[in-house]
Ligand binder design. Structure first.
Ligand code: DMJ
Length: 623
């Protein structure tokens, strides 16, 4: 390169007369050396001084921000020296601010940092959509501002024994989750004895039921690293584009419920997006004459049908009646009223029908709108319908009067027709078959102790005490069903006839599959009474689980609770992590961890926030 081209700045009036050729070679060399040193110095200053980008913009490119500031400072002082000092002071201040921000970032948990990034992205996405440049998946959903809700995380109990017991339950979760991660990662469930994945046809070919069901338990127990791994799996692998038939109820309570809770606890957008995406895929299930949904749905074709065994092609009360909580939240988070409309219509259909003795039969034909067999149960096929009536009212911040009335009326009919006392004084809830009672109570029915306790304070004042007593009696009966076995775990169903009380008499009712209903009721009874026996009873369950269900590869159900040694069924159900361990952990936690006045638990123990009527405590408001 000719030296002349390197020396434009030397152009002076003299330059015309002084030809470049008049420099000697050594002079040229020295000049070149000085010039390169100067250039190096400039670049050094730009790139190595702190906050060099500000220098670049402020000094070289005169960004408006710096100009404005400097302008204001100039008008104050008017002196060039002061101005330099001020520019330097500003650089120092910016540098300190950057350091503080970095320190703040270092103190945050990884999921909080990720959340900051997501929030920032959302902000940009929102601005883009306002500017008409949106169009990606996130932009299909309205912007909602996330606020952490009271009691999302807990603290250690002050009582040392309770603290130890709580830590023990967390250790159990680590074993259950760790084993699933090791042997069955991505499968729906774990086979803990044969150490491999287990699939159930309830979820079609959707994968990862244990991951989604366990998300909120991991969060609640502060297992944040595992929560992040699970989140990552959801982001990359949870796929609802499957050409397979699923159970609408199971997919709703475990997947939609699990995703919603994970969203409300962590604020991570991916969960909101996935929940709404799945909810939309479930909507074709409502295409029936009445709008009562099918039990089974092919997620790709949108074709639905009912269980072939269900009386007269009926839909099942506990299935179509257990969508309400999740669908109300889906409308809230998506801005799409269709979800809420679908579940409100279910009530309309039910309210038009005559109810035998005020009871709701388990079977209803979705096309004719007529009841099937007049079987009534607060256990399997009926259970969570009643639970969702009460919780719909509670989740609406006690504004949903229709749900309230339906709950208390149905409870009254249950009390009159189904609740009985054994000769030794054990209160139980029987099953009703066309007016005849079957004196049998399922493990599933044991959730009712907790439900009745939860609803007791909303009952007419003369009934509150009575309902609390009834809840306590049912809880005692369920405890007896555990205490009267060899393994101290409860059978699938127990009877009050043929001279037995709270004991299973049929071989096919003697199994225990890690179900939660009894410990669920212990938690509610503990929260409402603080009677220490409920924590003791919960601890008995922990010990029995450890002794008979824990195996090297996780936790397994057992085939006969009356045997002296366990015969394992080799399945770790996803609800063991979603419900059983969560309820046990909360039983040994303080009441302000997921307090009932802010949260309701869906039937799979996924906490959903109460939608506060004054909106002061609402996590997200769709504008
Ligand atoms: C869970 O999936 C839910 O609690 C449901 O309502 C009924 N039963 C199982 C666990 O037993």
């Amino acid at each position: 390169m000719p030296v002349a081209t390197l020396l434009p700045f030397t152009a002076t009036p003299n330059r015309k007369s002084a030809s470049p050729t008049s420099f000697r070679l050594t002079e040229k060399f020295i000049l070149l050396l000085v010039f390169s040193a100067f250039i190096t110095l400039c670049f050094g200053a730009i790139f190595f001084l702190p906050d060099s980008s500000k220098l670049l913009s402020g000094v070289f490119f005169h960004s408006s921000a710096v100009e404005t500031n400097t302008g204001a400072e100039n008008s104050d002082s008017g002196s060039a020296g002061n101005n330099d000092e001020r520019v330097l002071a500003k650089i120092r201040k910016d540098h300190e601010k950057a350091l503080l921000e970095a320190k703040d970032t270092l103190q945050k948990r990884p999921d909080e940092i990720k959340q900051d990034i997501i929030n920032e992205k959302e902000k940009v996405a929102k601005e883009n959509s306002v500017a008409g440049q949106g169009g990606n998946d996130v932009n299909k959903l309205p912007f909602v501002e996330y606020h952490r809700l009271p009691g999302s995380t807990g603290h250690e109990p002050s009582d040392p024994e309770t603290k130890e017991r709580r830590a023990k339950v967390k250790e159990m979760m680590k074993h259950a989750w760790g084993s699933y991660r090791r042997y069955a990662w991505g499968a729906n469930e774990l086979r803990p004895v044969s150490k491999q994945g287990h699939s159930s046809n309830l979820f079609g070919s959707i994968k990862g039921a244990t991951i989604v069901d366990a998300l909120d338990t991991l969060y609640i127990m502060e297992m944040y690293e595992d929560f992040d791994v699970a989140t990552d799996w959801v982001e990359k692998n949870l796929d609802f584009n499957v050409n397979a038939e699923v159970s609408v109820f199971e997919v709703n309570i475990r997947f939609v419920g699990g995703l919603l809770s994970a969203y409300y606890l962590s604020g991570k957008e991916v969960f909101r997006r996935k929940a709404v995406e799945l909810g939309e895929k479930l909507l074709p299930a409502f295409k029936t004459n009445t709008g009562i949904p099918w039990a089974l749905l092919n997620l790709k074709s949108g074709v639905g049908r009912n269980w072939p065994w269900a009386s007269g092609g009926s839909s099942i009360l506990a299935e179509y009646g257990t969508l309400h909580l999740e669908f109300m939240h889906l409308s809230k988070l998506s801005g799409n009223p269709e979800f809420a409309q679908k579940v409100m219509n279910i009530r309309k259909v039910l309210n038009r029908l005559d109810k035998p003795q005020g009871l709701y039969p388990n079977y209803l034909n979705p096309n004719s709108g007529q009841w099937g067999q007049h079987h009534v149960s607060v256990g399997g096929l009926g259970d969570s319908f009643y639970e969702y009536l009460l919780k719909a009212w509670l989740m609406s911040d006690r504004t949903d009067e229709e749900a309230k009335k339906m709950y208390y009326d149905s409870l009254q009919a249950i009390e009159t027709n189904l609740i009985r006392k054994s000769s030794s004084g054990l209160t139980y809830i029987a099953e009703w078959k066309g007016g005849l009672l079957e004196h049998k109570m399922g493990h599933l029915t044991c959730f009712a102790g907790g439900m009745i306790a939860l609803g007791a304070d909303g009952a007419p004042s003369d009934k509150t005490g009575h309902q609390m007593e009834q809840a306590a009696e049912i809880t005692r009966t369920c405890h007896e069903s555990y205490a009267r076995t060899g393994l101290k775990l409860g059978p699938e169903a127990f009877r009050f006839d043929g001279g037995v009380e709270a004991i299973a008499t049929r071989q096919n009712e003697k199994y225990f599959i890690l179900r939660p209903e009894v410990v669920e009721t212990y938690l509610y009874m503990w929260r409402f009474t603080h009677d220490p026996k409920y924590r003791e009873w919960g601890w008995e369950v922990v010990q029995a689980l450890e002794q008979h269900c824990r195996v090297e590869g996780g936790y397994s159900g057992v085939r006969d609770v009356y045997a002296s040694t366990p015969n394992h069924d080799d399945v770790q159900q996803s609800f063991y992590l979603a419900e059983t361990l969560k309820y046990l952990y909360l039983l040994f936690s303080e009441d302000d961890h997921l307090p009932f006045d802010h949260w309701v638990f869906n039937t799979e123990a996924h906490p959903l926030p109460v939608i506060k009527k004054d909106k002061t405590d609402t996590p997200n408001e769709v504008e």
